[in-house]
Design a protein around this ligand. Structure first.
Ligand code: HEC
Length: 179
């Protein structure tokens, strides 16, 4: 009797260990495979929504509140908003120059992803993204271009006056967790 129960326990322990091994290896596989396609698509859609909201806000602020060079620029307000959103842990967003003559040099592409995005936009592409993995978590880095959307922009950014219609002068770079 005693012998039989020891045997059962041994089998149970072996099964449990095998289960654990399978579980661990599926988790490792999942990580290697990268995020699920549907999750990446959901994150891309969120980027499109955020991009539309942020750019619509910048145009509305510029239309209704910016009167001249001394007004608070919508770009400054957008940077303050991006900082607040990042501090709350939602996502990262950065306003970048593509024109080559930034108002502020802190707004210049400063890593490989952003530099690649600027290159793509100068070549006429309308969107750029990459999936990155940090500490086993997947993130979508995405960038969208900003053309000279209104004449008022030139009040402060004089160099935008040289841009052709629709030419890209800036970009927004995003980083969102893929969930
Ligand atoms: C009232 C002046 C003013 C107007 C009008 C204005 N900007 Fe700006 N813009 C600024 C300032 C100042 C900064 C730097 C903000 C900072 O870094 O805090 C800036 C930053 C930017 C940047 C980041 C790159 C850089 O040059 O530093 C982009 C892109 C940008 N603005 C695009 C636009 C667009 C597009 C419009 C029109 C919708 C516009 N701006 C209208 C003053 C202005």
């Amino acid at each position: 009797m005693k012998r039989k129960s020891t045997w059962i326990w041994t089998v149970a322990a072996a099964l449990l260990a095998a289960g654990l091994v399978v579980n661990v290896s599926t988790a490792a596989k999942k990580d290697k495979q990268g995020p699920k396609k549907a999750a990446v698509e959901r994150t891309r859609k969120t980027v499109r929504m955020l991009d539309d909201i942020y750019k619509t806000a910048v145009v509305l602020i510029t239309t209704h509140y910016v009167e001249g060079k001394d007004s608070l620029p919508a770009g400054t307000a957008a940077i303050a908003l991006f900082d607040a959103v990042e501090k709350k842990g939602w996502h990262k967003a950065t306003l970048l120059d593509v024109s080559g003559e930034p108002y502020d040099y802190k707004n210049v592409a400063d890593d490989d992803f952003e530099k690649a995005a600027v290159k793509k936009f100068k070549a006429g592409e309308a969107y750029y993204d990459e999936i990155v993995t940090k500490d086993g978590k997947h993130y979508l880095r995405a960038a969208t271009p900003i053309p000279v959307v209104m004449k008022k922009c030139i009040t402060c950014h004089e160099n935008y006056g040289k841009a052709k219609k629709g030419e890209v002068v800036g970009a927004i770079s995003y980083e969102l967790p893929i969930e």
